[in-house]
Write a protein that binds this ligand. Structure first.
Ligand code: AMP
Length: 506
């Protein structure tokens, strides 16, 4: 069991300075370098007088220096807010507006953005390695202080910042390090951008165990051709991804135990693991340990796990999400249940976040604290227990997972509805037989003044896509647009989203 994430990583930097911790497409870095560079980042942040305890936004990709700057932030007493450098400018502006962060670390080219002129901008060349730096340990992030803040999709068009404390992270890391039978000094595939909490499943478990991160950056994962050039040459023990991402790897014929003998563990999270995918994987990697894990960002990456063995595959058509981690409890709120068994999953315990940054209303809706100070989070996920084994049965709201990305459909609807060409617009997920979203379909009733634009439907769709693109992330853009004279209206006078979703799936 470790007690402090920052100190544990630093100790490795002192005891084993030459051990490799980061491999970015062959460019390698050691624990010694990580300590030195993160100390230098901390010192620079302190010298820039970023107001105490305020979160720092970090605009960047998946390079070593980005990780060093994360640690630099927490060592200087600030939480970091990772923002992927392929995000559109409006996302960065919205995160600044919500987080009220006074500083931004810029690792890669910054798009034209409207940021408050009070923002302190820090670039990697501002950071000089001063040699041995003695940092004041008392200012480092610890206990209930925020360690990182990850922004997820929000229903009103504004993203929500999930605050994860040092102790939340510690609870998760200690569990992953002890309950997945990982090898000593494990090396992890690190492919998820740091703005997604799935990345934390590789990042800190690797760094506290003297392990290694083997990075597959975003520009490679977005290009199958490049990915298939890189993947066969990569060497790691632990695969971490969403099931959708692993499905892409299946297309590479060399993706099997014969070509990747060192790959012994697969950790899945973020969306439903289809039965046939797990079966296929066990055929390709017969001796590997495959884990299905479940959890929302709000409870720090994952809180349940189960190893998917041949027995489990035989026993269940729809795979379980597993047993709850020891310091956590999941209860089922069956108050709206038809059978008294299935209901909303409520997660309580040490890895539950204190809530959404600067958003008391949404925090109050989803989070609570009991008399003993134990926090709970209402997930919006439906599920049930069979003994101590938990099963997931979809969402009770309009949040979906598409290609592993968490999306509030209402966020896209919000911007679609603001388009002057649109009277009502609803984005519906189209599911396959594995309950996986295969397509986002926008169903649109045009504004009366825009109906003549239907004469050139292609140009109309392009115009709607272009407008949406300015406000939502690229993975939120619908693949299809269909036009209706009228959308169904429910009793409360609003568009009946459920009816639209049902129509798209029939
Ligand atoms: P995120 O906050 O991006 O990690 O997304 C959390 C949501 O993803 C959960 O609330 C679930 O709806 C879904 N999810 C995560 N893991 C699983 C899983 N193993 N099976 C089914 N759904 C999952």
């Amino acid at each position: 069991m470790i007690e402090n994430v920052i100190k544990t990583i630093d100790e490795l930097g002192v005891k084993e300075p030459n051990r490799i911790c980061y491999d970015y497409l062959g460019e390698k870095h050691t624990y010694g370098e990580l300590k030195k560079r993160s100390d230098a980042w901390a010192k620079t942040i302190i010298n820039k007088h970023v107001p105490d305890k305020e979160p720092i936004m970090i605009w960047g990709g998946q390079t070593f220096d980005v990780v060093a700057s994360f640690l630099g932030c927490v060592k200087s007493g600030h939480a970091y807010v990772p923002i992927a450098d392929y995000s559109n400018p409006s996302r960065l502006e919205m995160i600044e507006e919500v987080s009220k962060s006074p500083a931004l670390i810029v690792h890669s080219e910054l798009p034209k953005v409207n940021l408050d002129d009070k923002i302190i901008i820090i670039r990697p060349f501002d950071v000089t390695d001063h040699g041995n730096i003695q940092l004041d340990e008392s200012r480092m992030v610890k206990g209930d202080d925020n360690f990182y803040i990850i922004f997820t999709s929000g229903t009103t068009g504004k993203p929500k910042g999930v605050q994860i404390s040092h102790d939340n992270l510690l609870s998760f890391v200690n569990w992953e390090v002890s309950d997945f039978d990982l090898p000593e000094h494990p090396s992890f595939l690190a492919q998820a951008p740091y703005s997604f909490d799935l990345s934390v499943m590789s990042l800190y478990p690797a760094l506290v165990t003297g392990g290694k991160l083997v990075v597959m950056p975003h520009n490679i994962t977005q290009n199958l051709g490049k990915m298939f050039q890189v993947l066969p040459k990569m060497n790691f023990n632990v695969w971490v991804s969403t099931p959708s991402f692993a499905q892409m790897a299946f297309l590479d014929r060399t993706f099997d135990a014969e070509h990747h003998p060192q790959l012994t563990h697969f950790l899945f999270c973020g969306e439903e693991l289809p039965h046939d995918e797990a079966e296929k994987l066990l055929d390709k990697f017969p001796d590997a340990k495959i884990f299905n894990t479940y959890g929302p960002t709000e409870t720090t990456v994952a809180v349940t796990q189960v190893q998917i063995t041949r027995d489990i595959l035989e026993k269940y058509d729809r795979l379980p999400i597993g047993k709850v981690k020891p310091d956590t409890k999941i209860t089922i709120d069956t108050s709206k249940s038809n059978d008294g068994k299935e209901g909303e999953l409520v997660i309580s315990g040490k890895s539950v976040s204190k809530g959404y940054l600067n958003n008391p209303k949404k925090t109050e809706k989803a989070f609570s604290v009991n008399d003993e100070g134990v926090r709970s989070y209402r997930t919006g996920d439906a599920g049930f227990f069979d003994g101590d084994m938990l099963f997931y049965r979809g969402r009770i709201d309009f949040q979906v997972k598409f290609n592993g990305y968490r999306i509030e459909l209402e966020e896209i609807n919000h911007y679609l509805g603001r388009d002057p060409l649109v009277k009502y617009g609803v984005v519906a997920p189209k599911y396959d037989r594995n309950h996986t979203v295969k397509q986002l379909v926008a169903v649109v009733e045009l504004d009366d003044n825009a109906k003549d634009r239907l004469a050139d439907e292609e140009a109309l769709t392009q115009a709607l896509r272009d407008n949406l693109k300015e406000n939502v992330m690229p993975y939120m853009l619908p693949q299809r647009f269909i036009y209706r004279d009228h959308l169904p209206i429910s009793q409360n006078g609003k568009v009946d989203i459920k009816a639209v979703i049902a129509e798209v799936n029939n």
